[in-house]
Design a protein around this ligand. Structure first.
Ligand SMILES: Nc1nc2c(c(=O)[nH]1)N[C@H]1C(S)=C(S)[C@@H](COP(=O)(O)OP(=O)(O)OC[C@H]3O[C@@H](n4cnc5c(=O)[nH]c(N)nc54)[C@H](O)[C@@H]3O)O[C@H]1N2
Ligand SMILES: Nc1nc2c(c(=O)[nH]1)N[C@H]1C(S)=C(S)[C@@H](COP(=O)(O)OP(=O)(O)OC[C@H]3O[C@@H](n4cnc5c(=O)[nH]c(N)nc54)[C@H](O)[C@@H]3O)O[C@H]1N2
Ligand code: SF4
Ligand SMILES: [Mo]
Length: 709
């Protein structure tokens, strides 16, 4: 049997037909699909060098959704009684086009918005960005990567001049003598990546984890720094303070390859370990131990994920960790460096090809005249027709239905009712729209609010490229035809462009034809895909960007001898710790932090429909420390009501010593009364516009039936 709970790291044994990749996270495990649409069998692809045959439980069960009874099979449109009823594609598309045109005539081009996703293939992400600017002429496009990758991306661009999540392949991990893993729970969020950490450990390497929780990932760590939520920048500055004090920084590297160190040295001089202990709760002795492990290692890596990034100080937190990597001379050195562990399946490629409010394909800036000229030529439109930058994801959602805001919205690949912060408010904003269109495989919570729902093809039913967390562009092959009545997002966008009278710019094409256009659009950009072809991907098990010509092998490792900054040097940034936007108070005395569990994916639309995954994680639980639970009279399996200034929600109590006494943790995969995003704070990072999912202040009480929620 292949698809059983205990077999998640089982290696592939079976020969199968189509070599493709998992629909879920950024590890993009290679998998083999055989059988038929209704009875597809999945095996890990042992010859794909990244996962080497291993899959996690979500990957093993991915095929269960292809012919799931909840699958949308026909477009739906809201009738006069407010009920969603089946309609033909022609009716649905004509209605959308007419409404969008009417809205734009009345309120202007920017009254139509698009919300995209890091789940989309490169081809779809590219087409969505082009659709916004060319078919609709709107500046209002952003995507869920703003909730995911934006802080690390902004930090990398500031420090190194470009952003590729990991600037080295995962095969380097086993050779790092020390790793600082920050705000990342890979044991649950990317289990097959653990094999590289196990190899690192077997090679004598050390692992330090920075997390307010003793997550499953921390179990194998040599050192766990259990910081107060929201104190990463102080902790990082404290580590750098010790490294400088003890002469462990790499002066030659700092001198040859960086700028701005003196100012940072001056700043971190005031982050005395005892003061950092007060802010972060991490004992001075542990800070010193961590600094020694990192500073004395011949090779070392610093890896961050959402824990430090999803904060109103997310960019600064990341920059503070990057300062350590630069001071130790790690960036560009063998088996060393700074990297961000990207999250969604195409979290990397999805942030490169123009579905971001301020961006054009090839990771170009929409405000850069040269970039605009290049893309206008590829698209065959005058440069002036390309709109300027639009609002960031949360700001666009906050504007829905408002004066000067978006009145009609097309959502492709996101379930914002569940995943956006301050979810009750966002739900109200969505209801204020004149027209909400959602493309999805299932009637998600967001789709159920829509005026028109479009049934879209799933991963195994369409081909396209994805870019994994290493920057490796891979080919997700098609195994089956979509069910009758279901269209691909590419078909949907091209047909809609036709209905909008812009068909000449969107000839109905195969993904590989769109990829050919993407290659031209990205040429000479930061994320240059121009030398990548489907055939080259096939022959090489993926190609790393930048890859500027067909005879170029691709770039596995970045920054080895220079940085793509104006001076060729990396930049240190002076970072001062600032408290999160909301800290505990007498009314809301605890910290609330949020994240993920192994068996569920994101807003749960997909994984909650798989029986095996539902059984493993059937409901949202609040993790609470035994001492804290006792003080509130809570025991396991009680229902707790959590309240913040944004709203209330109900969770089942899980008493565990793995959490700090002053903090509770809730995963965000559930909706309705179990939606933790009813509670989260939409305070945004000033640079990345990333919401503060990881820290807010909360009140907790035992739920009684008489209470309101
Ligand atoms: N099972 C599963 N896997 C997934 C996903 C999923 O939904 N489910 N989603 C994918 C996606 S899109 C993403 S972005 C990745 C996310 O992958 P991760 O970043 O690994 O996941 P999270 O659980 O969001 O957060 C990681 C850790 O941050 C810690 N943390 C909380 N507050 C702080 C803080 O102030 N500082 C620090 N240093 N740490 C803190 C949390 O306790 C948590 O253990 O996972 C991907 N993989
Ligand atoms: N509290 C809290 N909230 C968070 C986070 C957190 O850590 N804490 N993390 C944030 C992060 S990192 C992320 S990435 C977001 C993710 O949250 P969402 O953006 O909601 O992501 P998904 O749940 O993956 O939503 C994808 C939806 O699109 C559909 N879908 C998937 N692929 C495709 C496709 O190719 N085409 C179409 N048409 N539909 C598709 C799925 O069925 C699903 O309904 O959540 C964010 N929200
Ligand atoms: S680790 Fe990610 S890509 Fe691999 S099987 Fe699990 S969800 Fe899929
Ligand atoms: Mo994410």
């Amino acid at each position: 049997m292949q698809n059983t709970v205990g077999q998640q790291s089982m290696r592939a044994t079976q020969h199968a037909k189509t070599a493709t990749h998992c629909p879920y996270c950024a590890f993009q495990c290679g998998m083999l699909i055989s059988g038929s649409h209704g009875q597809a069998a999945i095996a890990g692809n042992a010859s794909f060098p990244v996962n080497k045959g291993a899959l996690c439980i979500k990957g093993w069960n991915a095929a269960a959704l292809l012919t799931h009874p909840d699958r949308l099979q026909t477009p739906l449109m809201r009738n006069a009684d407010g009920v969603l009823v089946p309609v033909t594609w022609d009716e649905a598309l004509a209605h959308i086009a007419n409404s969008f045109v009417a809205i734009q005539q009345r309120y202007g081009k920017d009254a139509i918005g698009l919300f995209g996703s890091g789940s989309l293939t490169n081809e779809k992400a590219y087409l969505l960005g082009k659709f916004a600017r060319v078919a609709l002429g709107t500046s209002q496009i952003d995507y869920n990567g703003r909730f995911c990758m934006s802080s690390a991306a902004a930090a990398s661009i500031t420090a190194f001049g470009m952003d590729r999540g990991l600037p080295f392949p995962v095969e380097d991990i086993p050779h790092a003598k020390a790793i600082l893993l920050v705000g990342s729970n890979i044991a649950e969020t990317m289990p097959p990546l653990l094999q590289y950490f196990e190899a690192q450990r077997n090679n004598g390497g050390k692992l330090i984890v920075v997390d307010p929780r003793a997550s499953i990932t921390t179990r194998n760590a040599h050192l766990h720094l259990r910081l107060t939520p929201g104190s990463d920048a102080a902790l990082a500055n404290g580590l750098l303070h010790i490294l400088i004090r003890e002469g462990l920084v790499d002066q030659d590297y700092i001198h040859a390859r960086t700028e701005g160190f003196e100012q940072v040295r001056g700043c971190v001089a005031t982050y005395w370990p005892e003061q950092v202990e007060r802010i972060s709760g991490v004992p001075e002795a542990k800070l010193v131990q961590a600094a020694h492990m990192l500073g004395n290692a011949r090779s070392a890596m610093i890896l961050t994920a959402r824990g430090a990034e999803q904060q109103s100080q997310g960019v600064n937190n990341t920059l503070a960790y990057i300062n350590i990597a630069l001071a130790l001379g790690l960036v560009g050195r063998p088996h060393s460096g700074y990297g961000c562990l990207t999250g969604q399946g195409n979290g990397q490629g999805g942030r490169e090809h123009g579905q971001k409010a301020d961006q054009l394909p090839g990771y170009r800036k929409i405000t850069d005249p040269a970039a605009r000229q290049h893309i206008a030529a590829v698209w065959g439109i005058p440069e002036n027709d390309i709109p300027g930058p639009g609002k960031s994801a949360y700001e666009m959602l906050d504007s829905l239905g408002q004066e000067d805001g978006v009145r009609g919205l097309l959502v492709v690949g996101s379930n914002i009712v569940v995943s956006a912060p301050r979810a009750l408010h966002i739900q109200e904003r969505l209801k204020a729209l004149k027209m909400l269109v959602v493309s999805d495989f299932f009637l998600s919570e967001t789709a159920s609010l829509a005026d028109v729902v479009l049934p879209s093809a799933q991963w195994a039913e369409e081909e396209g490229t994805m870019t994994n967390l290493e920057g490796r562009v891979i080919w997700r092959k098609r195994a089956f035809e979509p069910p009758p009545g279901v269209h691909t997002d590419i078909e949907i966008l091209c047909s809609l462009a036709c209905s909008l009278g812009k068909g000449q710019y969107f000839p109905l094409s195969e993904p590989r034809q769109i990829f050919e256009e993407l290659r031209c659009a990205s040429a000479r950009g930061v994320a240059d895909y121009s030398g990548i072809t489907y055939e080259k991907i096939e022959a090489n098990q993926g190609v790393f960007w930048p890859c500027p010509s067909e005879d170029h092998p691709g770039t596995k490792r970045l920054f080895q001898d220079h940085f793509p900054t104006p001076t060729g040097r990396a930049h240190f940034s002076v970072i001062r710790h600032q408290a999160p936007a909301e800290v505990p108070s007498p009314d809301y005395p605890l910290y609330l932090t949020t994240g993920r569990v192994l068996a569920q994916y994101q807003s749960g639309t997909q994984t909650q429909r798989v029986a095996q995954l539902r059984e493993m994680a059937p409901e949202a639980q609040v993790e609470i420390h035994p001492t804290t639970a006792k003080s509130y009279g809570l025991v396991n399996s009680d229902t707790a009501k959590l309240t913040t200034p944004r709203g209330s929600a109900l969770f089942t109590v899980k008493v565990t010593a793995s959490i700090r006494e002053d903090t509770v943790f809730v995963p965000f995969h559930w909706s309705g009364q179990q939606s933790v995003n009813r509670l989260t704070n939409p305070a945004l990072d000033p640079t990345s516009r990333m919401p503060e999912f990881k820290v807010c202040a909360v009140r907790i009480e035992r739920f009684e039936q008489s209470m309101e929620v």
